[in-house]
Design a protein around this ligand. Structure first.
Ligand code: ADP
Ligand code: MG
Length: 341
């Protein structure tokens, strides 16, 4: 079977099946935003790795080297936020075409290091190789968490919450893909900032980690509906998303109008938003939202509910299921939907 038939998640399932019982040090292995390793005492170590491949995750015509590095760091750090953790160190293994200007490599790494520093962590090592094709960068982030948030612990009855708002990254990408703008520098300042400097929601994680209100979490890197699907599958529950409650950024609307696109479809399927999708018991929703607003200045919006069952359904205001134009991101898919290519 070809990978394009098996799909990204089919391959990951086959890899997971190759692995026997994990060692007792591995509390969570394949299947969450980061692996959770048990430390002596109460703490947990988090490890996440994300690979960024030229012309799959980024295009050099669209982004400066520093922007490519900053995006990679932000996206990788987002997985630590999704675990309710704090980053402690970053390692980067990279492949570079030998003909590449050395400055391109150092500028990319400087962009990555800048973002690492902004979130209180630093580059602590990596590996360097020649690449026969384009640039690739693998970013490993090590973090810690007292009680890591998992994908597998959603409870029926929980409320589904999303941080911030969705659609700006999708709008930026759609404008670039459509040729409406030649590169990220030509985007409006708001879209440019969101696209070139994705914010890992570590402040949300920090504000909520101590309270214990969060029952489960994931970050939006494949699209809201698909990422909700990962929560539902891991936790064996059903999730209903109420479309009219999904916070769509007003800043993506002019681009949607210009392109004749539906901002709701962007919000439901865009894979580069890096907001956190959390579940919380109903009684704790208000307290969680207030904590995040007070400590991080970010909104947490209830967008759905969890029940017994399986799968994700998106409903309109009258409760009718909505059709989606695409599901979300899947590597190897013959016609990839919204992503950076
Ligand atoms: P995320 O979008 O949060 O980075 P992914 O969808 O990339 O998560 O990965 C889902 C899970 O599958 C993670 O636990 C990841 O570690 C695991 N995974 C992905 N690719 C591989 C691989 N080649 N080998 C082992 N585990 C993998
Ligand atoms: Mg993730």
């Amino acid at each position: 079977m070809r990978l394009e038939e098996l799909g990204e998640f089919g391959l990951i399932k086959q890899i997971a099946a190759l692995i026997g019982e994990p060692s007792s040090a591995v509390r969570v292995g394949i299947g969450d935003d980061a692996a959770v390793l048990k430390l002596a005492g109460d703490g947990h170590l988090l490890v996440t790795t994300d690979v960024f491949v030229e012309d799959v995750h980024f295009r050099r015509q669209w982004l400066t080297p520093a922007q490519i590095g900053a995006r990679a760091a932000g996206a990788a750090l987002s997985d630590i936020a999704a675990m309710g953790g704090e980053p402690i160190a970053i390692f980067v293994s990279a492949g570079w075409p030998p003909s590449l200007e050395a400055e391109t490599a150092t500028e990319l790494m400087a962009g990555l290091a800048r973002v690492a520093g902004e979130y209180g962590t630093a580059l602590a090592g990596g590996d360097t190789a020649a690449s026969p094709g384009g640039i690739f960068i693998d970013v490993v982030v090590i973090g810690t968490a007292g009680q890591p948030w998992l994908r597998s612990t959603v409870q029926p009855g929980d409320v589904l919450l999303i941080s911030g708002s969705l659609g700006e990254a999708a709008a930026a990408l759609a404008l670039l893909q459509d040729g409406k703008v030649a590169n990220a520098a030509a985007l409006s300042p708001a879209l440019q900032e969101r696209f070139t400097n994705p914010i890992p929601r570590l402040s949300v994680a920090k504000a909520l980690a101590e309270g214990g209100a969060v029952t489960a979490a994931i970050d939006i890197s494949d699209g809201l509906v698909q990422d909700a699907g990962h929560l539902a599958e891991s936790s064996r529950v059903a999730i209903t998303i109420e479309a009219d409650r999904v916070p769509i950024s007003p800043r993506c609307r002019p681009a949607a109008q210009q392109l004749g696109a539906d901002p709701l479809q962007w919000a439901l399927t865009s894979g580069e938003e890096y907001e956190l999708l959390l579940t919380v018991a109903p009684a704790l929703v208000q307290q969680a939202a207030e904590l995040v607003a007070d400590k991080g200045g970010i909104t947490l919006t209830p967008i759905g509910r969890v029940s017994e069952g399986e799968g994700v359904v998106v409903v309109d205001e009258s409760g009718e299921p909505l059709e989606l134009s695409t599901e979300g991101w899947n590597h190897f898919s013959p016609s990839p939907p919204t992503h950076c290519l």
